[in-house]
Structure formats: structure tokens, C-alpha cells
Design a binder for this molecule. Structure first.
Ligand SMILES: NC(=O)c1ccc[n+]([C@@H]2O[C@H](COP(=O)([O-])OP(=O)(O)OC[C@H]3O[C@@H](n4cnc5c(N)ncnc54)[C@H](OP(=O)(O)O)[C@@H]3O)[C@@H](O)[C@H]2O)c1
Length: 354
């Protein structure tokens, strides 16, 4: 065990008393590419924060589709950034909410004892996580670790899709394709909070859940064809990528924005890229604009989300809370493409029977 640094804060107030941090911790570790069987619980060293990092005692993280991509190494394009033969990023969990227990020498905007949440490049499925100080912000008063841990990746994706790229205006008609997943459940609530009229697409079992999030119209894709009905949307946030370019074009008004969050999950080298290229090409002369993006860690957007959480304008939809022992099954579920809302990981407690 070691004590964390005890140093004065920039404001001159006394530093928090040192926190005892153990030398090792439990974590979910996937040391090779594969399906969920490669994700195992191990006892590994607690990371030491670099000078620009904080060490966070993780109280909650959550699962995202990207964890499935990093664990399986698919589409193979992922391996160009994450290691061709073996993954560099071995601990799943790109969201974190917890308490700062140590700070690097150059970190000035956090103190030991602060409750924070934010995004990290994996590592959330563990008891401790070292993360750059600029990647986490203060947890608002009254917001639970579980709600905050469910939010960063999915919430930032929804905010950046709807605000940064689509620039949704009050009264506009927004279509959210794939409304029942992590991104979709945030997107429905954020689009409503931005004053839009929201149409949400999901399967039968999720209709009531999505309606309860505030969608004005919920379309069950197993019984109703969303394409029929002609051009009527100002914005399409596409979390699935299952529609042909011609179908997307036929639903969009002149001046509409098509925002591609995802594409078909082909297990090949390029993944969604051919589909995205075809959609861009088809929309080029249609009067609708095409937007594609990779979610970035933007603290202004994270703070925007924090304000929504604090005011209850957004309440993260949580399917269930699991422990580290439930992560492998959750990865399998994400791989089906039909996970529901958010699966939150609380590393302290075992998974409860459903
Ligand atoms: N661009 C980026 O930087 C970025 C960031 C985050 C996520 N993503 C990608 O965006 C996608 C969504 O992420 P997520 O976290 O929301 O995934 P998720 O939690 O796994 O949810 C996927 C959802 O898609 C729905 N779905 C599946 N087939 C559908 C269909 N034919 N029509 C309508 N909905 C359908 C499912 O609902 P039902 O069970 O009701 O079908 C499920 O709830 C993923 O592919 C992810 O990789 C991209």
C-alpha cells in the first residue's frame, strides 16, 4: 500500500488527508482479441498517475458498443490503432465516475476527494483508473455515480451528433434511428430538451421504454416501415446504418442534415466505411447534408451534459447494474446489436440475479 501525495491546493486551503491506495486491484482484462471469453477478472497493479493524470477510485463505469469493437478487434481497422496482433487497450470501460484519490504533479483543477466523471480510453472496468485530469469534470451535486458512469460516451455522442453536427433548432423534426441503445436513449432526451419534435425507431420490446423518455412518436421497425411517408425530417441521427442511401434521402427534407453515428457491423477491414461513402455520395445532390464524426472528449460538452443531469432534464436510462463478473456477458449482449439502454458497471459489487 502507498499514501497518495499530500500537498497544498492552489487555493491555499489545506489538502485533503492522504488516502491509502492498495498496490493491486481487481480488473476485467482482455489480453487477446476474441469474443467475450477473453475478458477475465485479474488482480493487477493499481496504476500510478502520470503528472497530468488523476487516480480515480472507480464507483461506476458502463459498457459501450466500442468495448465490443476493442475486445474483438473488429472491424479489423480497429487493430491499426489498438495493436495488430494483441490489444494495447486491455481493460474495457470508456466511461468513469468516481472519487479522485491521487493527483499528478501538473494537475491543478482537481483535488483528492473530488467526485468526478468523464471519458477514458478504456480502464473503467477496474477498481482504480489513471486518467488525464482534463478528461474528467466535477460530478454535479445530487447526481449518482451510476447515472454519471452511464453518461460520457453515449451522452457525448448524442450531444455532438445533435448539437455540433445537426445544429438542431426548436420545432425541427428529428428522426432517431436506433433509439433504444445507449446513444439513442440519450439522443431522444437531448433532442427533446433542445425543443425538437422527435420520432424514434426501435423494436417492439423497447417501444414503451423509448416513449417514456419523451419521444413524440415511436415507430416499431418490426411492424412499421419508417421510410414510407416521404420527406418529413429535418435531421436524421442514424445509430444503426441499416437503411440504403436512397431510403435515407427519401425521408429527408431539403436542407436536412443526415448524421451518421454508425454503419453496418460487417466484420471486415473497413467496417462501415463503404456504407458511409455510398450515403455521402447519394446525399451530395439531394439538398441534404451528410455528417459523420467520431465522438471527441470535449469538456464543454461534458459540462453541458452535467447541467442536464443536475437539472433532471436528462435521466440516463439504465437497463441494469452489473459487477465486474457481469462484464463478459454484457460484451456478448453488445455484440448482438440489441443491447437495451445502458448497462452500468459497479466494480465493488457482484452482479445481481435478474
Ligand atoms: N461515431 C462514434 O464516435 C460513435 C460513438 C458511439 C457509438 N457509436 C456507434 O453507434 C452505434 C450505437 O451505439 P450504442 O451505444 O447506442 O449501441 P447499443 O447500445 O449497442 O444499441 C444499439 C441499438 O440499436 C438498435 N437497433 C438494432 N437494429 C435496429 C434496427 N434495425 N432499427 C432500429 N434500431 C435498431 C437496438 O435496439 P432494438 O433492440 O430495439 O433493435 C439497440 O438498442 C454503435 O454501432 C456504436 O458502435 C459510434
Amino acid at each position: 500500500m502507498h499514501d497518495t501525495p499530500d500537498r497544498p491546493t492552489t487555493s491555499g486551503t489545506p489538502a485533503a488527508p492522504p488516502v491509502i491506495v492498495p498496490d493491486t486491484m481487481r480488473a476485467v482484462v482482455a489480453r487477446r482479441y476474441g469474443t467475450s471469453e477473453v475478458a477475465m477478472i485479474e488482480e493487477i497493479p493499481v496504476p500510478t498517475p502520470a503528472k497530468d493524470q488523476v487516480l480515480v477510485r472507480v464507483r461506476a463505469s458502463s459498457m459501450n458498443a466500442l468495448d465490443w469493437h476493442f475486445v474483438t478487434g473488429t472491424p479489423y481497422l480497429v487493430r491499426l490503432v489498438n495493436g495488430l496482433r494483441r490489444p494495447k487497450r486491455i481493460i474495457p470501460g470508456a466511461d468513469v465516475a468516481g472519487v479522485v484519490v491521487a493527483i499528478g504533479a501538473e494537475v491543478t483543477d482537481h483535488q483528492v476527494g473530488d467526485s468526478v466523471f468523464g471519458e477514458c480510453f478504456g480502464g473503467g472496468c477496474a477498481l482504480y483508473l489513471a486518467v488525464r485530469g482534463e478528461y474528467v469534470v466535477a460530478l454535479p451535486e445530487g447526481v449518482s455515480f451510476e447515472a454519471a458512469g452511464a453518461t460520457p460516451v453515449a451522452g457525448l455522442t448524442a450531444v455532438q451528433g445533435l448539437r455540433t453536427h445537426a445544429d438542431v433548432q426548436p420545432g425541427e423534426h428529428v428522426l432517431i434511428n436506433g433509439a433504444a441503445g445507449g446513444v439513442g436513449t440519450f439522443a431522444v432526451q437531448i433532442a427533446k430538451a433542445m425543443g425538437a419534435e422527435v420520432t424514434a425507431v426501435c423494436s417492439t420490446r423497447n417501444v414503451e421504454m423509448v416513449r417514456s423518455l419523451g419521444a413524440d412518436t415511436v415507430v416499431d421497425y418490426t411492424t412499421t416501415d419508417i421510410v414510407a411517408g416521404g420527406p418529413r425530417f429535418d435531421v436524421m441521427l442514424d445509430n444503426v446504418g441499416n437503411r440504403t442511401p436512397a431510403e435515407c434521402r427519401s425521408m429527408l427534407l431539403a436542407g436536412a442534415r443526415y448524421v451518421a453515428v454508425s454503419g453496418p457491423k460487417d466484420k471486415n477491414w473497413l467496417g462501415p466505411i463503404p456504407h458511409l461513402f455510398r450515403t455521402w455520395f447519394a446525399l451530395r445532390r439531394s439538398g441534404a447534408s451528410f455528417h459523420q464524426f467520431t465522438t471527441s472528449l470535449d469538456t464543454e460538452d461534458l459540462t453541458y451534459l452535467a447541467e442536464f443531469l443536475a437539472s433532471d432534464a436528462i435521466v440516463p436510462a439504465i437497463d441494469r447494474v452489473i459487477g465486474l463478473d457481469g462484464v463478459a456477458d454484457a460484451l456478448t449482449e453488445l455484440g448482438t446489436g440489441h443491447a437495451r439502454s445502458k448497462i452500468v458497471v459497479v466494480p465493488d459489487s457482484p452482479t445481481q440475479e435478474r
